[in-house]
Design a protein around this ligand. Sequence first.
Ligand code: GTP
Ligand code: MG
Length: 230
Amino acid sequence: MKVISAEFVTSAAAGGSDAGVPHDGLPQIALAGRSNVGKSTLINALTRRKVARTSAAPGKTRLANVYRLTVEGGGPGRWNLYLVDMPGYGYARGGADAAKELAAVAESYFASRNAGSGMRDVSTQAELAHSASRAAHPGSHVALLLVDSRHPGLESDIQAHRWLQTFGVEPVVIATKIDKLSRADRVRNLKELKRVFGTAALPVSAERGEGLDELWTRVARMVRGTKERR
Ligand SMILES: Nc1nc2c(ncn2[C@@H]2O[C@H](COP(=O)(O)OP(=O)(O)OP(=O)(O)O)[C@@H](O)[C@H]2O)c(=O)[nH]1
Ligand SMILES: [Mg+2]
């Protein structure tokens, strides 16, 4: 995949509305995960640019930061998409209640997208119709749930996974920092992740570039509907 351009668009704040998040029909890939798991670093690795701010100290990204990309590959022609860097959870005090911080920003974000079976709180026909119209491109809004490959099956990640599912979002689980694992641990932890989430996690290393092509292919397949030969 060739990234033609990548630029910061806006920061969407927590609150009742999702003001700031574009509604222009382009596919959106949201990256969620604990603080320090490597969300911003993965965005930079995927874009091969230093577009997102990263930090060794957790809790850097407190807003949903939106980036707009133009990409070539994974099908004919150029295409556009947004990467949304969600705030990390599990950092502030009371971190055991993991989904809370992510929820502050992400609730409004995901609740207005991916209308369908998982949609909540739809009480009237009018609301239903409204929500359906917003989901003009079902499947074009994708969530990546990043989990640290060294710590498979953390309660906070399991909570976040469940919580995303309540919005009708089936997150793609990404196992980050795979470069930090020995071969044996890698096999063992990926197996554990599969057991915990019921689906294979995609191992990546933003540091070494491992897994990035696979992730791009997966994203293109999901948002463009392109078939992939296995
Ligand atoms: N070894 C290794 N380190 C990584 C990798 N990805 C990220 N890191 C490091 O992990 C730390 C946190 O990365 P960030 O990308 O800032 O994490 P984040 O998920 O955006 O964190 P918040 O913004 O606090 O939610 C940084 O020191 C990164 O260099 C990786 O693939 N391998
Ligand atoms: Mg960050």
